[in-house]
Design a binder for this molecule. Structure first.
Ligand SMILES: [Zn+2]
Ligand SMILES: [Zn+2]
Length: 406
């Protein structure tokens, strides 16, 4: 049966590719992606789906009801938004929107999810329960998944749509991974990503007479260096964090001490405990160092996505499905998490499930030469898209048939 899912996916490859190219040519940013939403609706107009939409985003959930009676609910998610950057691929279907590009593969994710919807709709008579097809905008830092959850589109307390699903799955393409290779891991898969801003307030003056002012520059430098020691001395090496200062700003010229300084950067962590500890420790450090020098500092942490945590049972199910579809060699267990972040994390906080990576490097490609996601020259081998559609559909089918028992 699993073998025929891949065959069936290859049979609808043309539709998957043409949807992907149409979305790729007209990328949209943030939580408002109406053209992409309309393309999805049009591509799936002939399927018996019930659609849910909410006030906060252009995200939509298509519900496919199985014909074999009531059962579990499984959610499959694809993201729809692009990045604010100019495309340099030279593809015939390259972006026609200046300053916007699908450089993270969300065009492919949406097309693969639409393909999975079609594959599952064909088998709806034999499915018990429901499949929720979550087409989500606003992944690139806009919290689109959280907004859709808060709108009640996935169900949950206060929602008009009943309980949350019993399981949730998503894919992300990997352009530097071999074509068709599926990768995942139980536990933390991706990091929590938070932004921080530290503002130091001193007192400016003549650069030759620093004792008449309160120079914020050495204070900023001390905070940057102390942050390195904080990471290595106060955090468990087996529950690591990353703290990167990516911006330092102070002064206007060479002979004036500025009034203030600004430091900004990113914090990454792999557990809720380390995340909370890092936020508190950073603020303590910045404020304490500034105070020690008689100045003041304000530290603001702007929360980003939480840790993406995969349920071991969901990862085992994915390994079994990928093995059946593509062969046991085609599943790779990642030894370590990746310090990138994903807003599917919000869904996995509420629903047990997993995200998997799907290799989309061209067959026989030099992997070291493939451009990563977020590169203006990132390429997706479209031959791998039916693999993604089959994998998503296979995950839903297998879960509805037997739950997490792989
Ligand atoms: Zn991205
Ligand atoms: Zn992405």
């Amino acid at each position: 049966m699993a073998e025929t899912m891949l065959t069936a996916a290859r049979g609808i490859a043309e539709g998957i590719v043409s949807l992907r190219r149409a979305i790729h040519a007209e990328p949209e940013l943030g939580n408002h992606t109406p053209l992409t939403r309309d393309k999805v609706r049009a591509a799936l107009a002939d399927l018996p789906l019930e659609w849910r939409e909410g006030p906060s985003t252009t995200g939509l959930v298509g519900v496919l009801k199985g014909g074999a009676g009531p059962g579990r609910r499984v959610l499959l998610r694809g993201d729809m938004d692009a990045l604010p950057m100019a495309e340099e691929t030279g593809l015939p279907f390259a972006s026609t929107i200046p300053g916007a590009m699908h450089a993270c593969g969300h065009d492919a994710h949406t097309a693969m999810l639409a393909g999975a919807a079609r594959l599952l709709a064909r088998r709806a008579d034999s499915l018990a329960g429901e499949v929720l097809l979550m087409f989500q905008p606003g992944e690139e830092g806009w919290h689109g998944a959280k907004l859709m959850l808060d709108d009640g589109l996935l169900g949950g307390p206060g929602s008009a749509y009943g309980a949350l699903p019993d399981a949730a799955f998503a894919l992300h393409i990997m352009p530097q991974s071999p074509h068709g290779l599926v990768a995942g891991r139980a536990g933390a898969l991706l990091a929590a990503a938070d932004r921080f801003e530290i503002t130091i307030t001193g007192r400016g003056g003549h650069a030759s007479m620093p004792h008449h002012g309160l120079d914020p520059v050495p204070i900023a430098a001390e905070i940057v260096m102390a942050l390195q020691a904080l990471v290595t001395r106060q955090f468990d090496a087996h529950d690591p964090v990353v703290a990167t200062v990516a911006l330092i700003e102070a002064g206007t010229t060479h002979n004036v001490i500025p009034d203030g300084a600004r430091i900004a950067g990113t914090l990454r962590s792999l557990s809720p405990q380390a995340r909370a500890k890092l936020h508190a420790a950073l603020a303590r450090l910045a404020v304490g160092i500034a105070e020690a020098h008689g100045a003041a500092a304000r530290c603001e942490v702007i929360p980003g996505f939480p840790v993406t945590i995969c349920d071991p049972r969901a990862v085992a199910l994915g390994e079994a499905v990928a093995g059946d579809l593509f062969g046991p060699q085609q599943f790779h267990r990642l030894a370590t998490p990746i310090m990138g972040a994903e807003d599917f994390a919000y869904v996995l906080e509420a629903v047990p499930g997993a995200m998997f990576f799907l290799g989309v490097a061209g067959e026989g490609a030099d992997l070291a030469a493939c451009c990563p996601i977020h590169s203006p020259r990132m390429l997706v081998d479209e031959g791998a898209l039916p693999h993604g559609a089959a994998l998503l559909a296979g995950l839903a089918e297998r879960f509805l048939a037997g739950g997490f028992a792989a």
